[in-house]
Design a protein around this ligand. Structure first.
Ligand code: HEM
Ligand code: HEM
Length: 228
């Protein structure tokens, strides 16, 4: 049914986005401050593992505009968009590039974090699976990616402000309320079963990333006392 407003972003996509904003903000601050906050940094990072995994599954099973297939930034779509001929809804082809870039960067950030160490008392939960050298190299990549991520988030927010003020396209309202103004078809699909599947896969990923299953190194054997 066509109407002057339509359902664009489903609730799970919006919850994902705003939880991601909170968690990434907290991860950047706790990572930069380090010290006692580094334990919290690891826990928040595991939440981000869950959120990203959830979104990847939701991109396959979620409702219409949340599906990756509905916003693939193909060269044709980008060309149409740049010529002003793109007539879709949801992430436009340039926005889709930045969304996929953010998701890829976040995946790299959490994967490297899991194997990182702070040279003092904290190691990512999977660091024991790789040697010290590799863990140190991945820590370096983790630092580098965090700077790229901060840069991309600044661009992301600047783009939302630009679209709102210059192009008069209110992208923020649909990400808050779910509704967009215009003549689109309301999103369908992404029901309870899809949500439960995505949630279970996300919980599985958090379990795998938590390293609970990694065998603990044996305690140092007691020094044998000579019996004389
Ligand atoms: C979106 C998720 C994450 C973000 C944005 C993030 C960001 C950061 C930042 C900004 C730093 C400080 C870098 C610097 O001092 O230049 C840092 C350090 C660190 N992060 Fe993460 N991180 C994330 C996830 C994780 C995860 C999942 C783990 C492991 C569970 C982790 C483990 C570490 C460790 C061990 C350090 C300390 C490295 C050092 O002191 O050299 N991070 N992270
Ligand atoms: C740590 C900070 C942030 C991260 C990592 C982030 C990440 C993302 C991601 C991954 C998406 C794609 C949503 C999806 O399809 O699942 C997105 C979309 C969006 N974000 Fe953010 N975001 C951040 C901060 C913000 C802030 C502060 C705002 C508000 C100004 C904002 C407004 C939006 C809007 C309006 C969209 C939809 C864009 C569109 O219609 O194409 N984001 N963001």
């Amino acid at each position: 049914m066509n109407s002057k407003r339509f359902r664009l972003w489903d609730l799970p996509t919006r919850l994902f986005h705003w939880l991601l904003v909170l968690c990434v903000g907290a991860a950047v601050v706790s990572g930069q401050l380090g010290g006692k906050l580094i334990d919290w940094h690891g826990k928040i990072g595991l939440l981000v593992v869950g959120l990203i995994t959830f979104r990847l599954v939701w991109g396959l099973l979620g409702s219409t505009y949340a599906r990756f297939a509905s916003f693939l930034p193909t060269p044709g779509a980008i060309k149409d968009y740049l010529r002003g001929e793109w007539r879709g809804h949801g992430h436009n082809p340039l926005g889709a590039l930045s969304v996929l870039g953010l998701l890829a960067l976040l995946a790299g950030q959490v994967i490297t974090g899991l194997f990182s160490n702070d040279d003092i008392a904290f190691s990512g939960p999977l660091a024991a699976l790789v040697g010290n050298d590799l863990s140190n190299r991945l820590t370096g990549t983790h630092h580098l990616l965090s700077n790229l991520l901060i840069g991309l988030v600044v661009l992301h927010v600047a783009a939302i402000v630009y679209y709102g003020h210059v192009k008069k396209q209110k992208l923020l309202k649909p990400m808050v309320t779910g509704w967009s103004d215009g003549d689109g078809q309301s999103a369908t699909g992404g029901g309870l079963l899809a949500f439960v599947v995505a949630l279970l896969v996300a919980l599985g990923a958090v379990y795998a990333a938590s390293g609970i299953w990694v065998p603990k190194p044996p305690p140092p054997s007691a020094v044998e006392t000579p019996n004389w």
